[in-house]
Design a protein around this ligand. Structure first.
Ligand code: NAP
Length: 269
């Protein structure tokens, strides 16, 4: 879907569930990104959004998307760098006096670690995947705390490969397991500030990051046959769950992992 078509279709209820709520979204690479599906869902219910992108080359793609949801805050931020995280929140603090939510939809592993055998993962490849895909949630949440002075919601994206072995997912499965455990520890730490931390375990969706996993197309076909709903999940369905988690509807939910996978994860045999 082109960006122009996208922007025409965007609707917004100014008095929606997220009226007056503000937040930052990490991980929009293009209009297929799960982060973008989350952005559209939150925008549709009245939220105000800030965005970051990892590398300068992406600015051209992110800016029009951000503009289509009325965002005036778009900053470059490599989450692998503490100084980028610090400067992003410093700038955000000048833009807004508080935020209500953070969406973390970021992951990375070397392509060669997403095929073959997990046992061959190098020390460097392991550290990189865990750093970008799991530690960044901790770093971003900590940096967001001073601005989350009225409670809030942190949402991250995970995958079933954290729980069970998925061929070729390898080190990313281990990183997602660390991410899901981090969600629980962060939820326990931050509950007294009324900050909720949850993850969405999305079924496979065709995105840039997903296409880096060897055999991803076969995964889509397999899920379509086996999932109770007999189809793959759509990015919009992930976005709607992010909306639920950031809204007051989920006021009693923290430390959870919600599967949005057409039921695939409940099937054994
Ligand atoms: P995507 O569109 O490629 O998004 C991944 C994002 O992570 C990109 O914006 C990427 O930026 C960013 N990123 C990587 N390294 C970064 C860094 N050091 N600093 C800042 N940003 C960085 O793919 P996606 O599928 O939507 O992925 C979003 C999240 O959903 C990931 O956590 C992924 O594991 C999770 N997820 C995806 C699926 C699926 O099937 N698609 C299923 C379950 C969970 P660059 O493009 O610049 O690298």
């Amino acid at each position: 879907m082109s960006q122009a078509t996208e922007s025409k279709e965007l609707t917004r209820n100014e008095n929606g569930m997220l009226k007056g709520k503000k937040g930052i979204i990490f991980g929009v690479a293009n209009d297929h990104s799960l982060a973008w599906a989350c952005a559209k869902a939150l925008y549709s219910e009245g939220a105000e959004l800030a965005f970051t992108y990892q590398a300068e080359a992406l600015e051209r793609r992110i800016k029009p998307l951000a503009e289509s949801v009325g965002s005036k805050f778009v900053e470059m931020c490599d989450l692998g760098k503490d100084e980028d995280i610090a400067s992003t929140f410093e700038k955000l603090g000048k833009h807004w006096n508080k935020i209500d939510f953070v969406v973390h939809a970021v992951a990375f592993a070397n392509k060669k670690d997403l095929e073959g055998h997990f046992v061959d993962t190098s020390r460097e490849g392991f550290a990189l995947a865990l750093d970008v895909s799991a530690y960044t949630l901790v770093a971003v949440t900590r940096a967001a705390l001073p601005m989350m002075n009225d409670g809030g919601s942190v949402v991250t994206l995970t995958y079933y490969g954290a729980e069970k072995v998925v061929q070729n997912y390898n080190v990313m499965g281990v990183a997602k397991a660390a991410l899901e455990a981090s969600v629980r520890y962060l939820a326990a730490d931050l509950g007294e500030k009324n900050i909720r931390v949850n993850s969405i375990s999305a079924g496979p969706v065709r995105t840039l990051a997903a296409m880096g996993i060897a055999g991803f197309r076969d995964m889509l076909k397999f899920v379509e046959q086996r999932a109770p709903l007999k189809r793959n999940v759509q990015a919009e369905e992930v976005g709607k769950t992010a909306l639920y988690l950031t809204s007051d509807l989920a006021s009693g939910v923290t430390g959870e992992c919600i599967h949005v996978d057409c039921g695939y994860s409940i099937i054994a045999l």
